[in-house]
Design a protein around this ligand. Structure first.
Ligand code: HEC
Length: 171
């Protein structure tokens, strides 16, 4: 599907397209964008590099889409001027489909989320979710990700995989 989109576009044409788009991206990069943490995975760096020039990713991380849907969004972005190399397209689609696919956890406000959402986070069992809710009830809102990690009782390695889905809004 993706290769068809690029059918007939040789390396040289692709390169000059990229130079054009890079120029556009540099102009747009002067617009300040809020840094968005992304879940780890192959393709994370490519998305940071290629998808933050025109808008931040706060809207993107809220979406849960199938591979086909992410593919059309990425193709749409190329149409809007995202300067992707052909070989970057598949890893980006694969990454988005993995970390923001239909089975990925939603973005979770750690001070409001119910148990049914908390347990969607990898490594968060029903018991762990109960612990967080009990802590919140007893001590009031959580104020930092590190505090969330401690209350959940997760190792950094496990927590690093889920922390991009967590929000600790300032109160
Ligand atoms: C050249 C500028 C540019 C780049 C680079 C770019 N986008 Fe966009 N993007 C836009 C514009 C313009 C819109 C539509 C207006 C808006 O929502 O801000 C948009 C909208 C979106 C939306 C909302 C669309 C929807 O259907 O809800 C998503 C998701 C998105 N972009 C993801 C990405 C991803 C992923 C990348 C990297 C592959 C990317 N964008 C790179 C310009 C860009």
């Amino acid at each position: 599907m993706v290769s068809k989109v690029f059918g007939g576009q040789g390396g040289k044409a692709g390169m000059s397209m990229r130079i054009l788009c890079v120029t556009a991206a540099i102009v747009l990069m002067s617009i300040p964008a809020v840094a968005q943490e992304l879940p780890p995975g192959n393709g994370q760096a490519l998305v940071m590099k290629n998808c933050t020039a025109c808008h931040d990713l706060e809207g993107t991380v809220q979406l849960r889409k199938t591979r086909e849907e992410w593919e059309s969004i990425v193709i749409d972005m190329i149409g809007r001027g995202a300067p992707l190399f052909i070989e970057e397209v598949d890893p980006i689609i694969g990454y988005l489909a993995e970390v923001f696919g239909p089975k990925a956890p939603p973005i979770i406000d750690v001070n409001k989320a119910g148990k049914e959402d908390l347990v969607k986070l990898t490594g968060v069992t029903s018991q762990i979710a109960d612990r967080l809710i009990a802590y919140r009830t007893a001590n009031g809102p959580l104020t930092s990700l590190e505090q969330v990690r401690t209350v959940l009782g997760l190792q950094s390695e496990t927590f690093d995989k889920i922390k991009a889905y967590l929000r600790v809004p300032r109160i």
